[in-house]
Design a protein around this ligand. Structure first.
Ligand SMILES: Cc1cc2nc3c(=O)[nH]c(=O)nc-3n(C[C@H](O)[C@H](O)[C@H](O)COP(=O)(O)O)c2cc1C
Length: 323
């Protein structure tokens, strides 16, 4: 049993958030993360209609009675969705936790959802964004250093420097992440003053994660040098696992190619071929530098137990050092 402001606020066993992952944070996987004692977060951007989004929330509720969250995407999208409609569904379905992530502060979302008693989390990559979202009324701020898998922004601050800076700058609880894949890493994040930890890359290699086995095996074999930042020239920097497609995208970036030339390589169906069908030559997958510390595929429940044990080992080691 771990006790932080986050375990108390959300009534959960572990202060671990399963990061939102486009095409991967399905109802079954979200349910598995919450059942294991953390909080799974459903990626609402995966659903193209409010009806299918509503069904997905119902499916999560069938999988778990424990707290889970829903992510509202504020990043630019090739096919934007109407977040107002999705907020209607969130309220109708009694969702208790909403995470926002993206290129702007969630003022409108806070104004609509806070009066409903929904706990609001915003994920960002810098001190000034954290202060801004605290000022608009979010309950928790999540910050990820640029080791992380997925969107990194442009500040390029490492987790070790970003987490304490944000902890010093805001009064609301901070969840930290980016590169965290072991209990020792979690110990570091908590020692830096965070009240919880977010992990995306680590939970890709779990039994319940709905990515193809070919991809899980490739990621297990990957090291911390096997990721690359791409799409920065197009204002949407992402850290991804190096693959044939990311190499091609980097070549096009070098040639100052227009974004229209990139789209056919990375659009949804191509990425789904990699993630769901295991075609490693198609599309791309976000992946953080923490992949170098991932060496086993285990059920999420076992992973969380293992992380908690490692956290205790780290604490014992420090106790021996400090005396
Ligand atoms: C495959 C993958 C897909 C992701 N997709 C999203 C997304 O759709 N929206 C989002 O806010 N974050 C996304 N992220 C970021 C995660 O939610 C989380 O912040 C990040 O993985 C934490 O860093 P780590 O990967 O080093 O653990 C994604 C990450 C990965 C690895």
């Amino acid at each position: 049993m771990l006790k932080t402001k986050i375990t108390e606020m959300f009534d959960i066993t572990y202060p671990f958030f399963g990061g939102t992952m486009m095409y991967i944070s399905t109802p079954a996987f979200v349910g598995a993360v919450s059942e294991a004692g953390g909080i799974g977060i459903l990626a609402s951007a995966m659903y193209r209609s409010k009806e299918s989004f509503k069904d997905a929330i119902k499916e999560v509720k069938d999988k778990t009675d424990k707290p889970f969250g829903v992510n509202i995407n504020l990043f630019p999208m090739m096919q934007p969705i109407d977040n107002n409609e999705y907020m209607d569904v969130i309220i109708e379905e009694g969702v208790k936790v909403v995470e926002t992530s993206g290129h702007r502060a969630p003022d409108d979302i806070v104004a609509r959802l806070k009066p409903e008693g929904i706990k609001l989390i915003h994920k960002c990559v810098g001190v000034r964004y954290a202060k801004k979202v605290e000022s608009v009324g979010v309950d928790v701020v999540t910050v990820v250093g640029f080791e992380n898998g997925g969107a990194t922004g442009t500040l390029d601050i490492t987790t070790l420097c970003l987490v304490p800076a944000v902890v010093n700058a805001v009064n609301i609880p901070v969840v930290g992440g980016g590169g965290i894949a072991t209990g020792q890493g979690i110990a570091a994040i908590l020692a830096l003053g965070a009240e919880g930890v977010i992990m995306g890359t680590r939970i890709l290699c779990t039994e319940e994660c709905p990515i193809h086995d070919n991809l899980k095996k490739a990621l297990l074999a990957a090291s911390e040098t096997d990721t690359v930042l791409m799409l920065r020239p197009y204002g949407n920097t992402h850290r991804c696992w190096i693959s044939e497609v990311t190499k091609k995208v980097k070549e096009l970036e070098e040639e100052n190619a227009p974004f229209e030339k990139i789209i056919p390589l990375i659009e949804g169906p191509k990425t789904l071929s990699m993630i769901r069908d295991g075609d490693l030559k198609s599309g791309f997958i976000s992946c953080g530098q923490g992949i170098g510390q991932v060496n086993r595929i285990v059920p999420v429940k076992d992973l969380f137990h293992q992380l908690a044990d490692e956290l205790k080992d780290a604490n014992n080691r420090l106790g021996q050092i400090i005396g």
